[in-house]
Ligand binder design. Structure first.
Ligand code: NAP
Length: 250
C-alpha cells in the first residue's frame, strides 16, 4: 500500500511540467511523470532526484489515458494531485509571435490547426479529468491544477492596454479561455467534495513552447502550480492566479 501522496503531472518530460514534478518530489510526493514519448520521459525522470516514475500518457489518445489510469490504480492505488500541464501552442514549424498573430486571426485561421491545439489543451484535459476523477475522489483531499495562461483571460483581452491583446485568437489563447471555463465547471461539480480545482498562469517562461523566448525561469513558472497543489483545507477552489500578480480575472 502506498502511504505517500501521489501526484501526476501531464507533459512533465520538459519545461514547466518537469520543474513541477521536481518540486513535488522535493515536497514528499511520489510523482508520476506524464510523457507521451517514452524515451523523452525516461531522460526526464533521470534528472529528478527522488521518487519519480515515468507514466506514458498522451492526453489526445483514449487508450493511453485509460492505460495510465489503470496503471495508477494497480501500481500506486491512489492519486492525490493532478496537474493538467500538457499543452501545445501550435502544430508545425516554430514561427515568430508576429507571424503567429497574423496567421491565426478568426478570419484566416486554419480550422484544422484550431482543432489540433484544442484537442490537447482542452479536450485532453477533460479526458484526463474524467479518467482520473475516480482515483482523486478516493484521496483524502485531492487537488487539481489546470495550467492555463493569462493570454486566455477575456477580461484582460478586453482592455486595449493589455500587451498580449494582439495575439488573442482562436488557437492557443482561446484554448486557454476554454480551459478556464472547464476549471470553473470542474470546481462547481466538485464543490460538495474536498477536491479543489484551480487554474494558474505560469507567466512568460523560457520553454520550448515559445522557442525559449520567455523571460521567467522554469522554477518561477512552476511556483504557482506547486503552491496551489499544496493548498490546505481552507484554501480556495475555482480561482485563477499568478505567482506575482495574485488573482487574475477570468
Ligand atoms: P513545453 O516545454 O513545450 O512543455 C509542454 C509539455 O506538454 C511537453 O512535455 C510536451 O511533450 C507535452 N505535451 C504536448 N502535447 C502532449 C500530449 N498530446 N500528451 C501529453 N503531453 C503532451 O511548454 P511549457 O511552457 O513548459 O508549458 C507547460 C504549460 O504551461 C502549458 O500548459 C502551457 O500552455 C503553459 N504556459 C506556458 C507559458 C510559457 O511562457 N512557457 C505561459 C503560459 C502558460 P513533448 O515534449 O512530447 O512535446
Amino acid at each position: 500500500m502506498q502511504d505517500k501522496p501521489v501526484a501526476l503531472v501531464t507533459g512533465a518530460n520538459q519545461g514547466i511540467g518537469l520543474q513541477i514534478a521536481k518540486d513535488l518530489v522535493a515536497r514528499g510526493f511520489t510523482v508520476l511523470v506524464g510523457s507521451r514519448d517514452l524515451a523523452r520521459g525516461k531522460e526526464a525522470v533521470k534528472t529528478i532526484d527522488g521518487d519519480a516514475h515515468l507514466l506514458q500518457l498522451d492526453v489526445t489518445d483514449k487508450a493511453s489515458i485509460a492505460a495510465a489510469a489503470e496503471r495508477v490504480r494497480n501500481e500506486f492505488g491512489r492519486l492525490d494531485v493532478l496537474i493538467n500541464n500538457a499543452a501545445i501552442s501550435h502544430t508545425g514549424r516554430m514561427i515568430s509571435v508576429e507571424e503567429y498573430a497574423k496567421s491565426s486571426r478568426p478570419s484566416n485561421v486554419s480550422l484544422d490547426e484550431v482543432r489540433a491545439v484544442w484537442e490537447t489543451n482542452v479536450f485532453g484535459v477533460l479526458a484526463v479529468y474524467q479518467a482520473m476523477l475516480p482515483l482523486l475522489r478516493g484521496a483524502p483531499a485531492a487537488r487539481i491544477v489546470n495550467v492555463s495562461s493569462g493570454v486566455g483571460s477575456l477580461t484582460m483581452n478586453s482592455d486595449p492596454a493589455y500587451p498580449w491583446r494582439s495575439i488573442f485568437g482562436p488557437v492557443y489563447p482561446a484554448s486557454k479561455t476554454a480551459l478556464n471555463a472547464l476549471t470553473v465547471a470542474m470546481a462547481i461539480e466538485l464543490e460538495p467534495t474536498r477536491i479543489k480545482v484551480n487554474a494558474v498562469s505560469p507567466g512568460f517562461t523560457k520553454t520550448n513552447l515559445n522557442n525559449y523566448a520567455g523571460t521567467e525561469t522554469v522554477e518561477e513558472g512552476a511556483a504557482e502550480a506547486v503552491r496551489v497543489a499544496l493548498l490546505g483545507p481552507d484554501g480556495p477552489t475555482g480561482t485563477f492566479t499568478h505567482a506575482k500578480l495574485g488573482k487574475l480575472p477570468w
